[in-house]
Each structure stands twice: as structure tokens, then as C-alpha cells.
Design a binder for this molecule. Structure first.
Ligand SMILES: O=C(CO)[C@@H](O)[C@H](O)[C@H](O)[C@H](O)COP(=O)(O)O
Ligand SMILES: O=C[C@H](O)COP(=O)(O)O
Length: 921
């Protein structure tokens, strides 16, 4: 037996005092209607606030609604009204079976209108027509103004649930308003049977306030009497209300209206969960059972009553006892009407508070979306479901909070790896520290500008230089600030090109190296230091700045070499995560970028990725989940399509993602700088990230074609270059998330060392023998070159990629030719292609080449140098170092079992011949 069903037999309707999308989607409401005999649903601002706060299912809608530009209150309605409609549709059969007597869903007007009759009327009418369901009841609070509105609403044929009734006076006025409304409606000649009304009489809260007063009685004569009266007032109050109901609706007074079809206005017992744990959990259900009533029961109480409720007629009688109870309370000095009046005020305040909280929550979400990650969208096809499941999993495990509190168990169970990771999470908090430092950095930048410096040249590799390249190319030259240039190569021709573009007397070098020992950086420093000394003598130190960790070799060199300034970076930040620390910000400030603005965007992004933000809303988690889950499904070529002007951002992303994820045979492979093609030039292994600068539609059509063709496309809008601050943090967070999903440590680079070690051996051989082993390679003069290349590329399989690793100058001409080669290879084999200029790529994609999946097929392109440069203090030149690096990586890739060929050109001019040969394969 189900006691809830018995209530129905006893003439009481059971309504559910709860509404949420989960209730609807899970089929729970339908089950309750069928099994428990539930015939109605009530909602109030607190119920809806809880649903919106707790159920992630609404978040997706919030995102889409924000994108449509709706205001907050409109977004709220767009979230809630579909649920009200769905609940009404679910209850429609009940409404029809009972011919409009039951089967209602209640929706409350904004509690802010409680004292405004006109606005309540207008709002109730609007909502009634907006929801457009005949079994909707509009809830209006029982204030004097609210009740005036009720008259008009009933007169218009709108169903009304009058809520927040605590006192008998309020109740009498409620009945009065209903009857007057019916009379007005009758005057119009319309059918009174089509309008329904209920009076929500609040129960448990009455005991809460009266009991409190009783317990406060210190007067000994009253004290024991008082205690015996605990827990009685609420039920007594309800019984008196019920007697009024009967007096009215079973009396002649109602006869006339009844004859015209009018329904009695049933009482809905509301607030019927037990608040005092000393009372039984079904206290206010057991005691209020009687015909022509409704009890709207909240979830836990409903469950309790279903389990052990005591269904028997309990409402009738006890009226005299109830009256005497209120007399006694009065004689004890407890003025119940005042208490009930206060309950009304408190109730209104609480609902208004919940309503405001909803508005505030939506506002926060909206702001986060707009500021934190701008507009974004993703068409993921079959991936979507798995991505959503991961969001839920992350939220259940509070992954966001764990990351922010340095709980490394999200990445690893190994304590050693965990403590290494803990030493690499400084990027999470560095923004605030840099915000404090920013005025000093700015002051320094002004000093440099004023000193007549025209070029700032950054010597660095990977994470210590790519960010500067992005800033320099995305912002261009700013006013009369120096131009920022980057040199991250050992190719002699490239170094000489740079040197020839400089007026050393007006040049400042930044030596940037976290470890302070990176061979390329140290070699470049030695070279340019010597040049500078030749140019300015013992003032040379003034033309150097260092950025490094505390206690590094570079730090010491800087002190010895009298550098103008040394910036010591927090040591718990890995190179590729250092963009928003001194490594990115000092060069940025020197070229005139407004750090305050950049950091503000970064900070907003960090806030948007904050510990308490849900996964779907967290822009970093959202992105990281998509890209890594896609990779696990085989869509591991993260193809970056970026509006002109911001393209170099791809190089920074490439390092971050490739070096962080490409290990243990897994990885997300970023594809940067590949020409955008037609849908059929791609295989089925891509996820496109379209970073679109507002106002630029260069790739809109191509991206929409790709999306139409079923490719996965994630679109992210940027307003201007300052959004790079936002995006950099977001991608860092996304990368950390990817590590969790791919089950790898995103903060190490275990396979980078391999090439470095072999390079070192080659250099030692060179120092010993005076020459380097030639190694095996193809040349363009080889008569079988085309066939050899063709045979090699024949091994390309579905979802492979072709990597062109090039040790040449990265100038425009070479880049164009390589781009041509990439397009030809991609279109011919439908595989992704990458180009890496050595030795830069060794600090970037080099990790994934060796540590990632065995899907890479590599063509190493080396070239004779027409000029070479000695490295001061070393027994080898830049040319030799570069060759040792090329051979070192070639060897490392071979040892790893990768498919690789080397082609050696006698000059850069031969690159065009190679491009021609590639065309024919
Ligand atoms: O007014 C109705 C139904 O018409 C209910 O939804 C009503 O708002 C709720 O029962 C109460 O707000 C719940 O009150 P309480 O249990 O928090 O004291
Ligand atoms: O990504 C980082 C590069 O490998 C350079 O490292 P570094 O900053 O220690 O010189």
C-alpha cells in the first residue's frame, strides 16, 4: 500500500512542492503521477533558485542564451518557462480527467511586485499568456496589493494560487478576493467553471515562531504550560482555516456562484516539511488530511509519507481546542497576529532574496562568459555525449577545486610525480603577483624607451621566446616604443640576418632562460655580447637584461656581466606556462604593451576558470575536455585556424599543447600554419580551432563548409590582441585538464633530452676529430630522388601526419615554399602536416614527435650554410651546433622507431627544387 494513494481516497490532492528539469527529464514526475497519484506541482523562487544552482543541465542553455544577447530577467524566463510548460503538459491528462479541477502547475510572479497591484496584474497576464497552458496557476502573494490584483485576474479568467497566507485574516481576505473576482467574471457572462484558484496556507513556519516564543517564557507559572503547547499552533491555525473554508464554500454564500459553475477555492497546505527534528517527519501531512484540500509536499516529506505516513481523516474537529490554544497564547502575552504578520514579511523577503540570487547567478555566469571567454561555440557531433559525461565526472569530483588547491592526485597517484607537479603550478597564481609588479615593470620599460633604445632583441627558446614572438607580431610597433625582435635559432644565416638589421648602440638584448643553461641561448648571448662589447666597450652590460629563475648560471653571468637588470621569475612555473610571468611581460612592457590591460584579461580568465566554476562554464575545462576527448577518439590533429594578424599565436599554442600532451604514446598534435583547405582535403582526424578576430571574416566560409561536411569545429572569438591575456591563461588551464583526461603529466617533457644527449655526442666527436659524421641522406642530385621520396611517403597511413623538420632560415620565401609542400602532401594523402624550424621545434613539437603516438612520418631538411659564425669560447661554430642538433634529433627519431628521411640541400635555393619534386610524388 502507498499511503500517498490513500490521501487521494480521503479527498486530499497531493501536489509536489518542487520543480526542476531533472524531475522532468528523468521521468520522475510522470512516475509520481502514475504511482503516487500526484496531481499538481508548485514552484516558488526558492525552488527554482535551487534547481538552477544545482542542475548543470541549465548551463548549456545559459551559454546559448547569453550568445543571443538577452537580458538577465529574460534569460531566467527562457530557462524556467520551458520547464513549467513541460510540467503542465505532463499534468494535462489530470487536468482533463478532472475537468479543470486539478492538474495544475504554479509559477510565481516576481516577488519584487508584491506591493504593486497594477504591475502584478500586468505581469501575471503576461506570464499566463507566455506560458500558454490552461492548467497554469499564477502565484500571487497575499498582501493587500496582491489580493486586489487577484480580483482582476480571476475576473479575467486567469487561474491564481494565492501564496504566503499565514493568518486567518489574510485567509478571509483571500476568499473574499476570489469571490469578488468570480462575481466580476460572472458579469461578463463567461463560464466560471474554467477558472480555478487555491489558497496556499503556510503551516510549519507558524510552529517555528510560536515555539520559539513559548521556549522563551521564563515565568515559571507559564513555563510548563508553555512547553505543553509546543508544536500545536500551526495545526490549530490550519484547522481554523479549514473551518472557514467549509463555512464559506459549503454554505449558501457560495451557492449562487457554484450554480454558475464556480469551483471552491481549495486550501493548499504549504510549508509542510517538518522543521523541528523533534517532531515526526510527516507531522504536517498526517495532521491535515481532509476532503477538498491539497497538500503540496516537498521531496523528503513526500518520500517519508510514502514510506510511513499515517493516512486518516484528521482535519475535522478540534476547532474549539484551537481557539482555546490561541486564547492561552494571548494570555501568556504571545501576540500571534503580530508573529504571523512578521512571517509574511520574512516570507516575502526570502522569496525576493531567492529571486535576486537567481538574477545575480545568471549575471555572474553571463559576465564570466562574456569576459572570460567571449563568445564560443563548438560543433562536436558524436563527441558531445562523452564530453558532457566528463564534465559531470569532473564536477562530481570537484576537479576544479583540486587543481587550484594543488591537489596533484588529479594527475597522478605517484607521490614523486605529484611533488614534481606541485613545483610546476605557479602559473595558476602568478597573475596576481604580476599585477602587483606591473607598475615597476612599466617604469623600467619607460626608462629603456627614454634611453633611446630602438630595438629589443630577445634571445630565448621555446617557452621563453614564443610568447614574445606572439606579442611582437600581434601588436606590431606601438607608438615610439622599441620594436621587439626574437632570435631563437642556431642557423648562422638567420643570426646574421638579425645582426645586420640592428644598430647595436640602440639595441637592448633580453637573455631569457628559465634554466639559465640552454645551449642556443647561451651561445647567442656569447655572440651578441662580443658584438656589443665591440660596439660600446665597457657599457655593454647596460644593453643586456636577464630573465631567469633564482640561482641559475645565467643569473650569475648577469651579475658578472653587469646587466642592466635581472628579473628573477618564480621557479615553480615551467617554460611553456610562463607567458604571464616575467618571461612574457617584461618584453611586452618594453615594446609598449599595456600590461595592466593584458593582465586584467588574464585575471578575468583565471576567475572564469576558478575553483567553484562548473566544468561546462569553465572555459579552460571546456576546451581541455574537448581537445583531449577528441584525441582519445582519434581526432588528435588540433588544427589551428586564426584570423590574419594573430596567426603567430598558433606557434605558442603549438608548444604548449604538443610538449605538454605528447608523451607515453599519446598526445594532441597541434597543426599550426597549414593553409586552410576544402573539406575533402582533410582526413577524419581533425578538430578545428577557429580563433576569429571580431570583424574579420576571412575564414568564415571555409569553417562553415568544414562544419557542414561534418568536421568538428570549435569557434572562439577575440575582440582584440589584448584578449591574448585571456586566451593564454585559458589554454594553460585547458592543457592541465588535458593531462588529466589523457592520464599523463602535462608539466614534463621526458623525450626532449634524448636529442640533446645525441647532439652533445656529435659535438664531442667534432671537437675530437675536427669534423662531424656525415650521416645518411638524400640529395636532389640523386637520380632516384623522386622515386625515393615516393616510396617513403607510400608508408603514410590514415590518421598519420607528415612533419617537415627544417634547419634553415625561417624567412618568408622559405616559409612560402614549405607551405606549398604541405598543401601538396595534405591534398595528396589527406593527412595533417607540420613544419618545424630547427632548433626551435626541438623545444616545442620535438617532444610529441618522439613521445607521442607513432603516427609521424618525418622529412628532415638540412642545408649547407653559405656563412658561418664562431661561438666565442667554444670549439665549434653555430653552423656546427646546428648540424649536431639536426643529426641529434634525426638519430633520436630513428632510435624511437619513427619513419624518417633526411634530405640535404647544398643551398637554400634548392628548396624550390624540393618543392617541385614533392609536387610529383
Ligand atoms: O506556496 C506554495 C505552493 O503554493 C509553496 O511552493 C510554498 O512556497 C512552499 O511550500 C513553501 O515556501 C515552503 O516553505 P518552507 O518549507 O520553506 O517553510
Ligand atoms: O621551453 C623552454 C625551452 O626549452 C627553453 O628553456 P629555458 O627557458 O630553460 O632556456
Amino acid at each position: 500500500m502507498n499511503p500517498l494513494r490513500d490521501l487521494v481516497y480521503l479527498g486530499q490532492a497531493v501536489w509536489y512542492d518542487n520543480l526542476s528539469r531533472e524531475l522532468l527529464r528523468s521521468g520522475e514526475l510522470r512516475r509520481m503521477i502514475e504511482i503516487d497519484g500526484v496531481t499538481g506541482v508548485t514552484s516558488n523562487p526558492s525552488i527554482l533558485e535551487k534547481a538552477l544552482r544545482e542542475e548543470r543541465i541549465y548551463d548549456n542553455d545559459v551559454h546559448n542564451l547569453v550568445d543571443t544577447g538577452l537580458g538577465i530577467a529574460q534569460i531566467y524566463e527562457e530557462l524556467v518557462i520551458p520547464d513549467i510548460q513541460e510540467a503542465a503538459d505532463t499534468l494535462l491528462p489530470v487536468y482533463e480527467e478532472t475537468r479543470g479541477r486539478d492538474g495544475f502547475v504554479s509559477l510565481e510572479v516576481s516577488p519584487e511586485l508584491a506591493y504593486d497591484t497594477e504591475q502584478t496584474i500586468a505581469e501575471a497576464k503576461r506570464l499566463f499568456s507566455r506560458v500558454d497552458r490552461k492548467n497554469l496557476m499564477i502565484k500571487v502573494p497575499a498582501t493587500a496589493e496582491g489580493l486586489d490584483a487577484v480580483i482582476e485576474l480571476i475576473a479575467e479568467g486567469i487561474n491564481v494560487n494565492i501564496t504566503l497566507i499565514f493568518s486567518l485574516d489574510q485567509y478571509r481576505d483571500t476568499i473574499d478576493a476570489y469571490l469578488r473576482g468570480l462575481e466580476k467574471l460572472a458579469e461578463t457572462g463567461r463560464d466560471l467553471g474554467n477558472v480555478a484558484s487555491v489558497a496556499s496556507f503556510f503551516v510549519s513556519r507558524v510552529d517555528t515562531v510560536v515555539d520559539e516564543q513559548l521556549k522563551d517564557r521564563t515565568d515559571p507559572s507559564h513555563r510548563s504550560v508553555g512547553l505543553s503547547m509546543l508544536g500545536k499552533a500551526a495545526i490549530a491555525n490550519a484547522k481554523l482555516a479549514y473551518s472557514i473554508f467549509k463555512e464559506t464554500f459549503e454554505s449558501e454564500l457560495f451557492e449562487d456562484l457554484k450554480a454558475q459553475g464556480a469551483q471552491p477555492q481549495r486550501i493548499v497546505w504549504a510549508s509542510t516539511s517538518t522543521k523541528n527534528p523533534d517532531y515526526p517527519d510527516t507531522y504536517y501531512v498526517d495532521a491535515l488530511i481532509g476532503p477538498h484540500t491539497v497538500n503540496t509536499i516537498p521531496p523528503a516529506t513526500l518520500q517519508a509519507f510514502r514510506d510511513h505516513g499515517r493516512p486518516s481523516l484528521s482535519l475535522d474537529g478540534g476547532v474549539e481546542d484551537a481557539r482555546s490554544l490561541f486564547r492561552s497564547l494571548k494570555s501568556m502575552g504571545i501576540h500571534v497576529p503580530d508573529l504571523l504578520d512578521k512571517l509574511l514579511q520574512d516570507g516575502l523577503r526570502a522569496f525576493a532574496g531567492s529571486y535576486l540570487k537567481i538574477m545575480k547567478d545568471i549575471e555572474t555566469k553571463r559576465t564570466r562568459l562574456l569576459r572570460g571567454w567571449g563568445h564560443r561555440s563548438a560543433s562536436l557531433g558524436e563527441l558531445q555525449q562523452d564530453v558532457d559525461a566528463l564534465f559531470k565526472q569532473f564536477d562530481d569530483k570537484n576537479v576544479g577545486e583540486s587543481i587550484w588547491s594543488t591537489d596533484t592526485s588529479v594527475w597522478t597517484a605517484d607521490p614523486k610525480v605529484g611533488s614534481a607537479i606541485a613545483q610546476r603550478l605557479g602559473w595558476l597564481h602568478v597573475i596576481n603577483r604580476m599585477q602587483e609588479e606591473q607598475p615597476k615593470i612599466k617604469e623600467f620599460a619607460l626608462e629603456i624607451k627614454e634611453s633611446g633604445i630602438e630595438s629589443v632583441v630577445l634571445l630565448g627558446m621555446g617557452g621563453s621566446s614564443l610568447v614574445s614572438e606572439v606579442f611582437s607580431s600581434c601588436f606590431g610597433v606601438i607608438d615610439d616604443y622599441p620594436v621587439l625582435k626574437i632570435i631563437d635559432t642556431t642557423v648562422p644565416g638567420a643570426i646574421l640576418d638579425m645582426e645586420r638589421s640592428l644598430d647595436l648602440k640602440k639595441t637592448m638584448f633580453i637573455v631569457a632562460s628559465k634554466s639559465g643553461t640552454t645551449v642556443e641561448v647561451m651561445s647567442l648571448y656569447k655572440h651578441f655580447r662580443k658584438q656589443m662589447e665591440a660596439a660600446v666597450g665597457d657599457q655593454a652590460g647596460d644593453h643586456f637584461i636577464a630573465i631567469t629563475d633564482p640561482n641559475t648560471h645565467l643569473g650569475k653571468l648577469a651579475a658578472q656581466g653587469k646587466f642592466r637588470r635581472t628579473f628573477l621569475n618564480p621557479p615553480d612555473i615551467g617554460g611553456r606556462f610562463s607567458a604571464l610571468s616575467y618571461f612574457g611581460l617584461v618584453p611586452a612592457a618594453l615594446m609598449g604593451i599595456n600590461l595592466k590591460r593584458l593582465l586584467m584579461r588574464a585575471d578575468q580568465s583565471a576567475e572564469a576558470c576558478g575553483p567553484e566554476v562548473s566544468s561546462l562554464e569553465n572555459p579552460g575545462t571546456w576546451l581541455g575536455t574537448i581537445i583531449s576527448e577528441a584525441a582519445l577518439h582519434g581526432f588528435d590533429k588540433l588544427t589551428l585556424v586564426i584570423s590574419p594578424g594573430l596567426e603567430t599565436f598558433a606557434n605558442w599554442l603549438e608548444q604548449l599543447v604538443a610538449e605538454s600532451t605528447g608523451k607515453e604514446g599519446k598526445g594532441v598534435l597541434p597543426i599550426a600554419g597549414e593553409e586552410v583547405g576544402l573539406p575533402n582535403s582533410y582526413g577524419d582526424d581533425r578538430v578545428f580551432i577557429y580563433i576569429r578576430l571580431d570583424g574579420d571574416d576571412t575564414y568564415d566560409q571555409a569553417m562553415s563548409d568544414l562544419e557542414q561536411a561534418g568536421h568538428r569545429v570549435v569557434t572562439q572569438r577575440m575582440h582584440n590582441a589584448y584578449d591574448l591575456g585571456r586566451e593564454m591563461f585559458r589554454w594553460e588551464f585547458a592543457t592541465a585538464i588535458s593531462g588529466i583526461i589523457l592520464k599523463i603529466n602535462p608539466f614534463d617533457q621526458p623525450n626532449v633530452q634524448q636529442s640533446k644527449d645525441i647532439t652533445k655526442k656529435y659535438l664531442e666527436t667534432f671537437i675530437k676529430d675536427g669534423r662531424m659524421p656525415a650521416g645518411d641522406f638524400l640529395t636532389l642530385d640523386d637520380p632516384n630522388i623522386s622515386e625515393n621520396l615516393r616510396n617513403f611517403f607510400e608508408s603514410v597511413r590514415r590518421r598519420d601526419y607528415v612533419g617537415l623538420n627544417v634547419f634553415m632560415r625561417a624567412n618568408g620565401e622559405n616559409k612560402d615554399l614549405l607551405e606549398q609542400m604541405r598543401s601538396n602532401i595534405r591534398d595528396r594523402f589527406q593527412v595533417a602536416t607540420t613544419v618545424g624550424f630547427g632548433p626551435r621545434y626541438l623545444h616545442s613539437t620535438g617532444q610529441i614527435h618522439k613521445g607521442g603516438p607513432d603516427t609521424g612520418i618525418f622529412l628532415l631538411i638540412t642545408c649547407e650554410d653559405s656563412e658561418d659564425i664562431p661561438i666565442p669560447g667554444e670549439k665549434y661554430s653555430f653552423g656546427v651546433l646546428k648540424t649536431a642538433q639536426a643529426l641529434g634529433d634525426y638519430e633520436a627519431l630513428k632510435q624511437t622507431g619513427r619513419r624518417i628521411r633526411r634530405i640535404h640541400l647544398t643551398s637554400e635555393a634548392e628548396l624550390s627544387r624540393l618543392a617541385e619534386a614533392i609536387k610529383t610524388i
